[in-house]
Design a protein around this ligand. Structure first.
Ligand code: AMP
Ligand code: ZN
Length: 138
């Protein structure tokens, strides 16, 4: 997959829409359109890199810092019982979009866990949470 055909590169370029939460020089954060839980967000590198091995250190460091900021916002806005942070590399690890990204998945006690779903999120709710998280960032 090249940067021309990559769905996340197209989001970075503004060719495809997203429910944007935050962006800086190296990272972009938006809501997962097939959320496994309310508030499921993705932190991606702006530069195309398929996996952790291709991404450069500066970008990965930036992802970690951005993830921490958004984690605080998730705690403020959604007050989940926990927050799962995960990142998949390669088909065997169930990576489905071959552009490096980190999942921020709010967790509620007793809620069943899945890494993916085919059920799209309610666009109005995705937009609402994106705006709330953006406003809560510090
Ligand atoms: P992974 O399986 O770790 O590669 O995760 C890819 C994630 O991207 C999945 O949770 C998908 O629901 C999500 N996803 C796919 N396309 C889009 C999109 N256009 N906007 C937002 N999230 C997406
Ligand atoms: Zn890409």
């Amino acid at each position: 997959m090249t940067a021309d055909t990559c769905i996340f590169c197209r989001i970075v370029a503004g060719d495809l829409p997203c429910h944007r939460v935050f962006e800086d020089q190296h990272t972009l954060v938006f809501m997962d359109i097939f959320p496994v839980a309310d508030g499921h967000a993705l932190v991606i590198t702006k530069q195309h890199a398929a996996t952790i091995c291709e991404a450069d250190e500066e970008a990965l460091t930036a992802v970690a810092a951005t993830a921490r900021r958004v984690a605080h916002a998730i705690r403020t806005v959604l007050a989940p019982d926990g927050l799962m942070v995960f990142q998949l590399n390669g088909a065997a690890a169930m990576q489905t979009v071959l552009h490096y990204h980190m999942h921020l998945l709010p967790r509620r006690e007793g809620e069943p866990l899945a890494l993916h779903t085919r059920v799209p999120g309610d666009p109005a709710r995705l937009a609402e949470v994106a705006a709330q998280l953006a406003a809560a960032l510090r």
